[in-house]
Design a protein around this ligand. Structure first.
Ligand code: F6P
Length: 525
């Protein structure tokens, strides 16, 4: 059994969905609610600390049934089970996709004849020992002082994943200050260097390939800066690396014992569960890091076993295909109502847009339906005062996912109640607008009928965050499967990298580059 390679729009279920869409495309959400008692109950899912309300989507239980038929025609159940075992899901790079193994409690997951679980365990033990020693201060910098700061040098998945977790869980953090340097922008680097003292800072170079230009240049510049204040021998105490490319890391000057391995079966944007998350474990402690993994593991079990009509990631993926391929929307917003989730949207942008921005199917054929949508968003209620006017009265149809927490972390319920009330009100205003109400001022009319899903979580804990992240990972996977694309490669980022290399060479050669950059630009198009 292998993953299906069927064109989804050639299935019987797709034809049925098309006919069903014609029937309900103009039905207003207001009418859907009026005609169905207990719609919320029928179209919501409860799981652990999560309550997910799908009722404000422009669909019915029949839509879910038809998507289930589509999933069955495309052998989704078998694919889900394969996704947790040896597979060749990333077939264009000839790689397995097994990041779920990083949080698994199975005793054995075999890949190419080897059980990968003991290897994962031994890296986790190394992370545990190391992070405990740094946090407790028993492992010190080259002058004998304990570490106060940690700088994660990495880009894309080697930064966005750990950064979103670290910032989301800052309530649980210890005394270590964690910084992330990702961009090649030297100003970003300088601003970080201004905040740290070399003798008490630990640097983690995170790069699966250890060939990423931005990361290597940043790592070299930081090392040169560090060597202005410390002898060469101090590098061993202050620089560690997370990579699948041991040889290149050693060439850079990191001691082999300071390398935390990762594997080519872990994609960059799904890697925060591996040693890539070491900055997280340093910030919140290894026990909290374990709780994060446990939360993801719980969703893995839910995802593997639940019927589609109660399966959170699967239902979320159904909504996404429903809007992009039937309502023909091209934007999707995610709006978390939590200060702590400020970095959540940038993280999801990579997850969804790097994974599902594809136009060739799993048979190498050009696609004639819609694949990835543009994901954007921001934290509520700020978003309401910035860009949500367009959702309410613009001409584009935008689907939204709201994420909120019942309890604040500091126990301030006055503010939390208002925050969550705002989220509920937005979902309601978007769904119903002023539909059916007489207004004599067209500028004050709200068309409503804008779909949303609301994810309500009891509290932002490491475990619940792990679950939330895993829900979105699985949503990406299901979208890709149903759309018959490979969600796990990213060749689209290569051309720009290549072209920039030519520019860099010419710019380095051009003596007068600084004053004549604009002229250079015009001459080199
Ligand atoms: O350029 C895209 C990309 O390959 C991402 O997929 C990845 O997360 C990022 O670059 C960083 O890659 P690496 O960890 O190999 O430095």
């Amino acid at each position: 059994m292998n993953f299906s390679r069927k064109n989804p729009i050639q299935t019987k279920a797709w034809q049925k969905l098309t006919a069903h869409f014609e029937q309900i495309k103009n039905v207003h959400l207001q009418e859907m609610f009026a005609n169905k008692i207990a719609r919320e109950q029928e179209l919501s899912v409860e799981f652990g600390d999560f309550f997910v309300d799908f009722s404000k989507n422009r669909w019915t239980s029949e839509t879910i049934q038809l998507f289930t038929e589509l999933a069955n025609e495309l052998h989704l159940r078998e694919s889900i089970s394969l996704y947790f075992k040896e597979n060749n899901l990333n077939f264009t790079e000839n790689r397995a996709v097994l990041h779920t193994a990083l949080r698994s409690d199975e005793k054995e997951i075999v890949l190419n004849g080897n059980n990968i679980i003991p290897e994962i365990k031994s890296v986790n033990e190394k992370i545990e020992t190391f992070t405990k020693a740094i946090i407790s201060g028993s492992q010190k910098g080259h002058t004998g002082k304990a570490f106060t700061d940690v700088v994660n040098i990495g880009i894309g998945g080697s930064s966005l994943g750990p950064k979103v977790v670290c910032n989301a869980l800052q309530h649980y953090k210890n005394h270590l200050n964690i910084h992330y340097v990702s961009n090649i922008d030297g100003d970003e680097l300088e601003e970080t260097l201004k905040k740290i003292i070399p003798e008490t800072t630990l640097f983690i170079i995170v790069s699966k390939s250890f060939t990423t230009a931005e990361t290597l240049q940043n790592a070299n510049s930081i090392k040169n800066w560090f060597l202005k204040y410390a002898p060469e021998t101090a590098v061993q105490k202050h620089f560690i690396a997370v990579s699948a490319n041991v040889e290149k890391v050693v060439d850079f000057g990191v001691d082999a014992s300071n390398i935390f391995p990762m594997w080519n079966w872990v994609g960059g944007r799904f890697s925060l569960w591996s040693a890539v998350g070491i900055s997280v474990a340093l910030s919140i402690g290894y026990e909290n890091f374990k709780a994060l993994l446990q939360g993801a593991r719980k969703i893995d079990a839910h995802f593997k076993t639940k019927d589609y009509k109660e399966n959170i990631p699967v239902l979320m993926a159904f909504t996404s295909i429903w809007y992009s391929n039937f309502f023909l929307t091209s934007q999707h917003a995610v709006i978390p109502y939590s200060y702590y989730l400020e970095d959540f949207v940038p993280y999801l942008k990579q997850g969804f847009m790097e994974s599902n921005g594809k136009s060739v199917d799993r048979n190498g054929k050009a696609i004639d339906y819609k694949t990835g949508t543009v994901l954007f968003g921001g934290v509520g209620s700020n978003a309401q005062h910035a860009f949500m006017q367009l959702f309410h009265q613009g001409t584009n149809l935008i689907s939204t996912e709201f994420i909120g927490f019942c309890n604040s972390l500091h126990g301030n319920s006055d503010h939390q109640d208002v925050l969550v009330a705002n989220m509920f009100a937005q979902a309601k205003a978007l769904a119903f607008g002023t539909y059916g109400k007489k207004t004599d001022n067209p500028y004050k009319e709200f068309k409503g009928n804008s779909p949303s899903t609301t994810i309500l979580i009891k509290k932002l804990t490491p475990e619940n965050l792990g679950s939330l992240l895993a829900i979105y990972e699985h949503k990406i996977f299901i979208e890709g499967l149903l759309l018959n694309i490979n969600s796990f490669d990213q060749f689209g980022v290569e051309l720009g990298k290549e072209l920039s290399r030519n520019y860099i060479e010419s710019l380095h050669e051009s003596a007068s580059k600084k004053s004549l950059l604009m002229q250079f630009y015009k001459n080199n198009q």
